[in-house]
Design a binder for this molecule. Sequence first.
Ligand code: SF4
Ligand code: SF4
Length: 356
Amino acid sequence: MNAPARYQLVETRLQERLADGTTRCNLCLWRCRIGHGQRGFCQAHVNRNGTLYNLSWGILSSISIDAIEDKPVRHFRPGTRVLSVGSYGCSFRCGGCHNLDISWGVSALDDLARGRSTAAWVRPQELVDTAVRAGVQGIAFTYSEPAVWLEYVLDVSRLAHQAGLYTVYVSNSFVTDEALELMAPHIDVLCSDIKSLSDDFYREICRPARVRQVLHAIRRASELGIHVETRTNIIPGKNDDPREHYRIARWVRDHLGSDSPWHITRFFPAYRLADVPPTPEASLFAARDEALRAGLRNVYVYNDKGCDCAGENRPLEYYLEGGSEQLHQPRKCAAACCGEDGVLLKKYEQAGGNTE
Ligand code: SF4
Ligand code: SF4
């Protein structure tokens, strides 16, 4: 598509009108059925008169420059650096998320829907130019699930490849086959969580998610030719049974290969799990021992690293040109087709939101 010149809602890439009058979003496995005026679970897609639009196209919440090893990715272009970016909204609600303002993103996305946002809006070419100017070799989409703004991820990735940059997608892998197929030509690396092998664990953070769906998406991404690395954040009392770690490692070995890297990261207390202590180092190393016993050859332990969070990033204007005032102008959709309703938020509020 041609990039809009100003902030504007962009049509959701994977959508399907249903006989009951709702429209289904097929970006992630929520497959939200959204009625006129409502938004999906992630809050980033809205239905206007039967067509779904992404509210967050071009909207950045955070930027940072990191070593690719920090994503964590170890077996793709080691020693290179990436420009990491994220928007607002996520398909999960993890109890220990350190990114709540971003992953829930409710107030940021509400402000966009109400036309009251001053969030940074950056055209894909500008973002790629920023990466080139910074001298990095890749762009990573991270901080929350990138499927919820896939339209922008794809537009940036296409230009990134043209500029000789690689692309990294840091994901919870609760994504559809259709989204993976759209992504495959444009995404070089998937760094995916395998949060647990227990459906109960997944049910707690995302009601419809099942382990088999997440594993299927990871395997499918690999089949589609994306370089895949996996990660488990070990949380005391939640997913710290060494027998589970052995089973995860076996799955990685059997489906991605014994050389496929598995990253073990440490939980740090946050949000609903604020009373859970940080993972003891012994648990991390016990998990590594289980993985080696299961036949994995590349197992990496990080006792100073949890999720790929945006908490301590510098302000966006540190990286982007134009200064704070230009970057944080009021954002109202440039297409005025919803008239006085704004982005139909009023109707969304009346209807109570997502129809799931
Ligand atoms: S959660 Fe968001 S991205 Fe996922 S299906 Fe629903 S509207 Fe689409
Ligand atoms: S931890 Fe990751 S997947 Fe979970 S809610 Fe936060 S951003 Fe989303």
